[in-house]
Each structure stands twice: as structure tokens, then as C-alpha cells.
Design a protein around this ligand. Structure first.
Ligand code: BGC
Length: 717
């Protein structure tokens, strides 16, 4: 039946049902009595029979049970659509999104999303609440782990790759799921890095930094948008008129918008809605089509229609968007969307998926420091594995869906598999929570460090210290880990540290004591195997930071694309010159900047040449960067091109990534990496909110913010 015809056949109550989403547990209650936290929703059996969408169903069986029950009672046979946060894998978990962003690689990201989609779809999931594309610059915020980091261009690039992977060639396919880009917008601007906190952001800042990745995701075909929780410039994102206008009018997004969890209910808590009816009216008038886990639409929309505050045409438009998505997924033909428990079990953690997860984890890792310690030789006599993360399964990361800690490979398992058990000694040394000051394991750790040929020190923050609601004020290594590191490195200088983290950590102390630091992020199911391959040179690190690492927590937010000041001060040292924009006790530069990441091989940047020194309207400029692998390992390099606009009508960032390319080189190989730029490559928002580029000098730089090899000037005509 044609969608429009179907809508005509629906009662108003049935239509409103299509605009609501509740937890699977509401439906799986055997005695059909809603209990616990869901009781306060005050849903009637009639409401439940018309609900259009369900979240948090984790198995094909549960999905089918809910779907069958629903279809049996629905005379119109409109299937429920099932959604879930499939963020970095379903059962086979790959690195957290912030780690994946460090790969700077669309291919592996797309493959991983494809794998997650296949496992999720077989398990009864039809839409994922991903990608998360929030621009982030404050590492205290726990949700940076879900993001693509501090560069909108990179975030948009990774988001598009994820969308391609989740969607596949055809959304009706039984290994495809649709995407919902979130959280629109500026959730990452939460004041003080505290989750759900208000954000104040100028329109220029929003357009320049916060919105582009959303646009990129929508252009890549994202099927839904989720507004953010926070109040942006005084108005919660769910009902924010500026955001509404950009999304629906400027960008013409005509697909489904779904509220975040209870976000419509929380309009009362924000103090912008007098009661539930007011909240429903404001949210619905802002074209928030679907309400997640609060019940104001059910309770109030009918009355609002009767009173004429909402028209039935408005309701029909929202319902049509929801039904079109169901149609696109082929749910009217197959309400299970190919879900099959047996197929899912065969996919979970299968060899192919584990192999991909491992490869992704090797590509996400970033070698932060290496004074020649890494890689270790495989024929090494003995290795001491020390630290609270050395034998820890809980390294797959937050938001890992149906992933299980016990199925995650520990570093110890990975290293033992590679070297043989007899070569490996282990001591935990200490704990990793912020208040664990137990030093009783230090002696044992030092003892085995002394007697081993090399030490692998496994440190970090627990995986539940990042993710939603998990913010920190002190983003150093929790507890006494740094002390352990110092003692162990003194006992054996041939020590490398590997770090597990959901955010950039302040590692200044560690950097002082340890010769090599490899950041694994939360690497997912195959973390331990990936770490072993990287530590022993079977894989070569190629990740580059997608987010800067501060020197201390108090430096946050510290990010590479900040604007300049009239009183700049650029040293890594704490040596305030007075009356400069700096600190008395810490330098301005991050410890490791965006774009930083070492390799086991050496890349020589031979030259950077430009096809012209001017660029006119409609013209093109080619930038050629010639590089050589001058070391001994075949490896990948991310060639990065930055710009600086030294004179403009508004203060511009001190540096900004304009293009990048990842390429592999054999030892001794030379390659030229080319970028084509146009005047549009240099656009920015002016004071009138116009996207523009201005005549004058532009500086182009290659390398990374830590160190540029070449700088060249061009004139925009
Ligand atoms: C989060 C969203 C998520 C939703 C559903 C919320 O708490 O902010 O990112 O998609 O829950 O699980």
C-alpha cells in the first residue's frame, strides 16, 4: 500500500504511536504489566499496541517476539522499527570511535561498520544511533570517546565512512542498518566538560566547527538526526530554533528526527516547558518527529490536535517520515529485516571479524613517544608484563553494545600467544581507580622488572571513566600508576608503556619517566593481540592523534585549531613572560598535538611544491608533497596539509587541516602525494554569518602541528 494511503487509514492515536519509541523491556514483560522505571510512563495497553519503534532489543528472538506480538494486534500491520546504539561493534568490538578516527582511514572504518551492521542486523537491529559527530575539544568530557575528535573535516570524513559501512549498498539488505547522526548540536561544547551542561556558542563558532560534520553525515545519507541534550545558547537543542532552522530549512533535511532519551520529558527540568503538554507542543513544533522514552506525545498530542495547536497535517508529515524509513528498510515486506539468531551466532567473533577488529586496533593505536625502545625483538629472552591493564579484560571500551569483557583478549594473552608463556612474567603492581592508593604490589613489580629483558607497562583509566555521564576533572593516570611507572622504569630502562583510555590523558609525568608510550585507546575485542603485534613489530603504528593530549588537566580545553591571540606565547615550558596569553605553571602547547603519531620507520619529507603561487576564483592549485620511507619497516604515513590565513576580517585559527591522505610505503620507496585545492578550500564564516574566502595571503604547511617540514605562501586573488 502506498504510504500516503496507509496514513489516511490510520487513526490519530495510531499515528501518534508511530512517533514514539520505548525500551524493549516494556514489551518483554511476560505478564504485560509495566513495572519499574517504565511505570511512570503511564502507558495504556492501547498505547503499547500502536508504538512505532523500540530500542534496546539485543537479540533476534526478542525482536521477533515483540514484532510478532505487535503485528498480531495491528490491523494495519505496520512493523515496529528497532534501534540500538551500535557504536563500535555489536558483539565483535573494534576500537572506540576516537581511536578509529586516529587511523585517518575511511577504508578500515567502513569495513568495521559493515561488520557491526552484519552482526547487528542478524540480531534484530535496524537502525543504529551512530555516527556521533560532536566536535570536541575538552578531554574532561566523557563522551569524547564516541567522537571523531577536534577536527570537523576528519570527523565528517569518518562519519561518511561509517554511514557507507552501516548502510551497505542497499538498506533492505539483511546485513545493513540505517544510521542516526547525533547529537545535534554542540553537545561537545558542554561548559567545563561536564556532561549535559549548557553550551554557549556564537553562530560563527557553530557554523565553523560544530555543524560541518553533521552536514557531511547528512550528505553521506544519514537517515535520522538526534538533537543533543544540552541547552544551547539558552534553549535546549531539541527545541532550539536556530538548529531547527539550519536542519530543516537551510539543509532541507526531510527525514526522521528522534529526541534523545527522555529529552522531551526533560524540557520541564530545563525549565523551558511548564508541563508535559507544553513540552510536547514545543518539541513537535520543532519537528522532532519521534519521542524517545518519555510519553508526552502519547499523553498530549491528541489533545493538542483537538485544540488546533498542532494540525493533523503536521502529524501526517512526521508519520510519513517514519513510515518512509520503514519502507526504505523493507520492513513492510520483511518485518524481521533478515534477522536470524543462528546466523548472528555464526557471525559473532568469527575469525574474519576478529581479524578485522585486530587490524583496526593496530591502525587506531598511536605511538606517542619512542626513544628507540620499540619495537621489541621477538626473540627476546623474557618480558615482564606489569600494570593494572596487563591482564585486564575490560579494555573493549564504553558503549560496546553486546560485547563482553570476558571475550576480550588481554595484553597478557596476546603477548603469551606471540612469545610463548614461559617468556612472560606478570605483576599487577597497583589498581587503576582514582582512589586506589595501594602500593603493596610495587615490590613484586620492581623485582620482575629487574630480572626481565624488557618491560611492558600497561596503564590507563578504567573503561567506565569515559562515555556518557563519565566526566573527570583530573585526567591524569588514576591512582598510583605514575609512581609505579617511575619505579619500574628505574628498575629497567628498557620499558615501554601502553595506555588504555577513552580520552586524551595528561601524561606529562609518564612521558618524563618512560622511553616509549603507545596509546591503544580502548581497542575492542582483539586489543591484546593487536598490542602484541605492535609491540613486537609485526604491525607498525601509523595512527595520528585526532585529539590533542594536554600537559595537565588545567590546560583543557587545548586543541590545535584554536584562534590566535594578540599576545601569543608559544613554548612548551612554563615560563610566563607576563601579560601574555599563557600560564605561570605550564606551557601553552599540548603534550602531544592533534596530528602527532610516530612510526617504527622514518619518513623523510623531501619537498613540497605548488603548481602556482596564486589562486583565482574558479581556479585550482596542486600541492605535491614528496616523501620517502627512509627506515627499515614498510609502513603507512598520513600526509597532512594545513593552512593559515594570517590576515582576515575575523580572527582565524592559527592552523587548520585542509586535506590529508594516508599512503603505504615500502622501505626505500618514494612517493608524491598530491592535493588539489580551490578557493573553497579556504572558506570561513565572516561576521555576517556568510561562508566566504577573502583575497590575500594563505600559508600552506605540511607535517603536523608539532612540527612542520615546509611552509609555502600563496595569494588568493
Ligand atoms: C544518549 C544517546 C543514545 C541514547 C539511546 C542517550 O542517553 O545520549 O547517545 O543514543 O541514549 O541509547
Amino acid at each position: 500500500m502506498e504510504i500516503k494511503e496507509l496514513i489516511q487509514k490510520m487513526t490519530l492515536h495510531q499515528k501518534i504511536g508511530q512517533l514514539t519509541q520505548y525500551n524493549a523491556r516494556v514489551f518483554l514483560n511476560d505478564d504485560s504489566v509495566i513495572t519499574g522505571p517504565d511505570k511512570k510512563l503511564k502507558l495504556t495497553d492501547e498505547d503499547l499496541a500502536t508504538v512505532g519503534s523500540v530500542l534496546n532489543s539485543f537479540s533476534a528472538d526478542d525482536m521477533k517476539k515483540i514484532q510478532n506480538q505487535h503485528l498480531a494486534g495491528d490491523p494495519l500491520k505496520i512493523p515496529i522499527i528497532f534501534m540500538l546504539d551500535v557504536i563500535h561493534g555489536y558483539r565483535t568490538i573494534y576500537p572506540i570511535p576516537l581511536g578509529m578516527a586516529c587511523s585517518f582511514e575511511a577504508e578500515i572504518t567502513e569495513q568495521c561498520a559493515r561488520m557491526a551492521a552484519a552482526e547487528a542486523a542478524a540480531s534484530g537491529v535496524q537502525v543504529t544511533f551512530a555516527p556521533m559527530v560532536d566536535y570536541v575539544k575538552d578531554a574532561r568530557w566523557g563522551r569524547v570517546m564516541e567522537s571523531g575528535g577536534e577536527e570537523p573535516l576528519l570527523t565528517g570524513y569518518m562519519a561518511a565512512a561509517q554511514i557507507r559501512g552501516f548502510h551497505g549498498d542497499d538498506l533492505t539488505g539483511d546485513s545493513s542498518i540505517a544510521t542516526c547522526v547525533k547529537h545535534f548540536a554542540a553537545y561537545g561544547a558542554a561548559e567545563a566538560g561536564r556532561d549535559y551542561n549548557m553550551a554557549e556558542c556564537s553562530e560563527r563558532e557553530l557554523r565553523q566547527f560544530y555543524l560541518p560534520a553533521f552536514k557531511a553525515a547528512i550528505d553521506a545519507g544519514a537517515e535520522m538526526v538526534m538533537p543533543a541534550f544540552e541547552a544551547l545558547n539558552g534553549v535546549p537543542a531539541t527545541i532550539n530554533p536556530f538548529l531547527h532552522n539550519v536542519l530543516r530549512r537551510e539543509w532541507g533535511f526531510d527525514k526522521v528526527v528522534i529526541s534523545d532519551y527522555n529529552a522531551i520529558g526533560e524540557l520541564l527540568k530545563h525549565g523551558v516547558a511548564a508541563d508535559e503538554k507544553d513540552a510536547a507542543l514545543q518539541a513537535f513544533s520543532s519537528e522532532c518527529d519521534m519521542e524517545m522514552c518519555s510519553a508526552s506525545y502519547f499523553h498530549c498530542l491528541e489533545e493538542l490536535v483537538r485544540e488546533g495547536a498542532v494540525s493533523e497535517e503536521q502529524i501526517d508529515r512526521a508519520v510519513e517520515r517514519v513510515l518512509r524509513l520503514k519502507e526504505k528498510l523493507g520492513l513492510f515486506e520483511d518485518p524481521y529485516h533478515g534477522a536470524d539468531g543462528k546466523k548472528a551466532e555464526a557471525l559473532y567473533l568469527c575469525e574474519k571479524h576478529r581479524e578485522l577488529a585486530k587490524r583496526a586496533a593496530t591502525k587506531a593505536a598511536v605511538l606517542l613517544k619512542n626513544d628507540g625502545v620499540l619495537p621489541f625483538e621477538e626473540n627476546i629472552g623474557s618480558v615482564a608484563l606489569i600494570g593494572p591493564f596487563a591482564d585486564e579484560h575490560a579494555i573493549k571500551g564504553f558503549w560496546s553494545c553486546a560485547g563482553r569483557d570476558e571475550e576480550t583478549v588481554t595484553v597478557r594473552q596476546g603477548v603469551e600467544a606471540l612469545l610463548g608463556k614461559n617468556k612472560v612474567r606478570f605483576a599487577r603492581g597497583c589498581g587503576y581507580t582514582w582512589n586506589d592508593e595501594d602500593r603493596s604490589g610495587f615490590d613484586e613489580a620492581v623485582r620482575i622488572a629487574k630480572s626481565a629483558d624488557a618491560v611492558i607497562l600497561c596503564l590507563g583509566e578504567p573503561q567506565n571513566y569515559s562515555g556518557e555521564g563519565n566526566c573527570r576533572t583530573d585526567i591524569g593516570l588514576p591512582g598510583v600508576q605514575e609512581e609505579l611507572a617511575r619505579l619500574v622504569a628505574e628498575a629497567n630502562p628498557n620499558t615501554a608503556a601502553i595506555i588504555f583510555n577513552g580520552r586524551p590523558l595528561a601524561l606529562t609525568g609518564l612521558d618524563r619517566h618512560i622511553s616509549a608510550i603507545l596509546d591503544m585507546w580502548f581497542p575492542g575485542t582483539e586489543g591484546g593481540n593487536a598490542a602484541a603485534e605492535l609491540l613486537f613489530g609485526r604491525a607498525v603504528p601509523s595512527g595520528k592523534l585526532a585529539m590533542s593530549f594536554p600537559r595537565s588537566s588545567g590546560q583543557c580545553p587545548v586543541y590545535y585549531n584554536h584562534t590566535g591571540t594578540a599576545r601569543p606565547h608559544w613554548t612548551t615550558e612554563a615560563e610566563s613572560r607576563g601579560y601574555a596569553s599563557d600560564y605561570i605553571d605550564c606551557g601553552n602547547l599540548p603534550l602531544y598535538s592533534f596530528g602527532h603519531g610516530l612510526s617504527y620507520t622514518e619518513f623523510e619529507y623531501i619537498e613540497m611544491t605548488l603548481s602556482a603561487d596564486t589562486l583565482a576564483e574558479g581556479g585550482e592549485l596542486t600541492v605535491n608533497i614528496r616523501i620517502k620511507n627512509a627506515g627499515k619497516f614498510a609502513a603507512d604515513e598520513v600526509v597532512q596539509l594545513y593552512m593559515r590565513d594570517p590576515v582576515a576580517s575575523v580572527v582565524r585559527p592559527v592552523q587548520q587541516l585542509v586535506a590529508f591522505k594516508k599512503t603505504g610505503l615500502a622501505p626505500g620507496e618514494e612517493k608524491t602525494v598530491s592535493f588539489t585545492l580551490t578557493p573553497e578550500s579556504f572558506v570561513f564564516y565572516d561576521t555576517a554569518g556568510r561562508l566566504t574566502h577573502e583575497k590575500g595571503k594563505i600559508i600552506l604547511m605540511t607535517g603536523c602541528p608539532d612540527h612542520y617540514y615546509y611552509k609555502e605562501e600563496i595569494e588568493l586573488l
